[in-house]
Design a binder for this molecule. Structure first.
Ligand code: CA
Length: 226
């Protein structure tokens, strides 16, 4: 999967590049509209992360050109907090998703994965995690031939940790991903731990879960041999 990162903030761009390269994407970074358009013209990309405020214009111009050319590319627009009009404009112009700065890299990873799946079909349909198979499209989990019945939230948690294997995912990241908006939930409650506990109980019936780690006071990590 080839990703074009259009972002003039160098520090953010290199964080994005590092994270996505680690995850297995091939990344190209450009920092202005004109170079982005040249890149899109001469190379084939599966997805683009598009900042709006660029030194030689607006990311919207790049988005317009891409959609006019009807190229099949997933586009996630990245914008500063609170720019609601940008969001509406962006979606009208054909952005596939939106992220507001600052955002967690893991959240970006999950969103990117989702839009790529939506635009390009389910090229990765299953994840294998230490004997468990997660069927992303069907929201099903099995161990060998045994189906495991999970709630939607348990599934989302397992999938998110699996997609971010070998990384510590904080409770806040999990909450934001599974509930969508952190502001709507009571941050004092330990609901995320409850769902994780229930998930673990269901998985634990099948095999030892020493790879499903609780990182004290921080969050969780699924450890997988690379
Ligand atoms: Ca910018």
């Amino acid at each position: 999967m080839n990703i074009l990162i259009v972002e003039d903030h160098q520090e953010l761009a290199s964080e994005l590049t590092d994270y996505l390269s680690d995850t297995g994407y091939v990344c190209k970074w450009v920092s202005a509209c004109e170079i982005a358009l040249e890149e899109l013209h001469s190379n084939s990309y599966d997805a683009m992360l598009l900042d709006l405020g660029l030194p030689d214009g607006s990311g919207f111009d790049v988005l317009k050109a891409v959609r006019k050319a009807k190229s099949k590319i997933a586009v996630i627009v990245i914008t500063a907090r609170g720019e609601l009009n940008d969001k509406i404009d962006g979606l009208q112009l054909g952005a596939d998703d939106y992220l507001t700065k600052p955002f967690a890299l893991t959240e970006l990873g999950a969103r990117l994965y989702a839009v790529i799946r939506r635009i390009h079909g389910f090229s990765v349909n299953e994840l294998e995690i230490n004997g468990f198979t997660i069927q992303l499209q069907d929201y099903k989990v099995s161990y060998g031939s045994v189906a495991i019945s999970l709630t939607k939230k348990e599934f989302d948690i397992f999938q998110y940790l699996a997609l971010n294997k070998n990384r510590v995912i904080t409770r806040l990241q999990l909450t934001e991903h599974v509930w969508g908006d952190i502001l709507e939930v009571n941050s004092d409650s330990n609901f995320i731990d409850v769902h994780v506990r229930n998930l673990r109980k269901k998985l634990d019936k099948h095999t030892k879960l020493d790879w499903f780690e609780t990182v004290r006071n921080v969050g969780y990590r699924i450890n997988l041999e690379l």
